[in-house]
Design a protein around this ligand. Structure first.
Ligand SMILES: [Zn+2]
Length: 199
């Protein structure tokens, strides 16, 4: 980008790091912002700033939260006796969209993947064990993805929970093998939850 000022070049470089934004789009957005009203451009900057300063992991379940607890953990009507374990906040949102699950969640923040150098200690498994040991939990539903990494993660979590006496179930195999919870449709997810089976 010869000839652009340092400030514009910097903005184009930052925009170009966003998913799906190529160099041409980055340039177009930068010039759009340059021409736009000051209040609109600042509003975008402020939204990004707030996202990074106000959003943090829920103290209990590691879901995305604005404050100490996420909306689900803060909701008194949810059944704290059933914890659905997912890999990512996006999976939680997909399962929530079915409206059939009334328990609470635990977000692992990833899956076990030795080749990517992600081992069980990098996940929030220890915090889950602590939650279960604190008492009041009857069932753990393992809702990791139905692929190799998801299955081995589910086994790891089940092994860590051995001896706690909690019932452990796994989502039913209605999901296509190798598929992802994030992209599964509502009816498949509803069946997967309702027809979960004991591990
Ligand atoms: Zn939470």
């Amino acid at each position: 980008m010869p000839g652009y000022s340092h400030t514009i070049e910097r903005l184009i470089a930052e925009l170009g790091k966003l998913p799906g934004i190529g160099p041409r789009s980055a340039e177009r957005i930068a010039f759009y912002l340059l021409k736009s009203e000051e209040k609109d451009a600042f509003s975008l900057a402020e939204a990004i700033h707030d996202l990074k300063t106000r959003i943090r992991p829920c103290k209990l379940c590691f879901n995305i939260a604005e404050g100490e607890l996420c909306n689900i953990c803060a909701d008194e009507r949810r059944d704290r006796g059933t914890i659905c374990v997912v890999e990512q906040p996006k999976d939680l949102l997909s399962l929530e969209s079915t409206g059939v699950f009334r328990g609470v969640y635990h977000v692992l923040m990833g899956h076990v993947a030795p080749l990517e150098d992600i081992d069980p200690d990098d996940l929030t498994i220890a915090a889950l064990v602590t939650r279960v040991k604190a008492g009041g939990v009857n069932e753990i539903i393992l809702a990791t993805n139905p692929d190799v990494a998801g299955d081995s993660t589910a086994l790891t979590v089940a092994r860590e929970l051995e001896g706690t006496g909690v019932a452990i179930t796994r989502l039913a195999r209605g999901l296509p093998a190798g598929g992802q919870i994030e992209y599964a449709n509502k009816s498949i997810l509803t069946d997967a939850i309702s027809q979960r089976r004991k591990l």
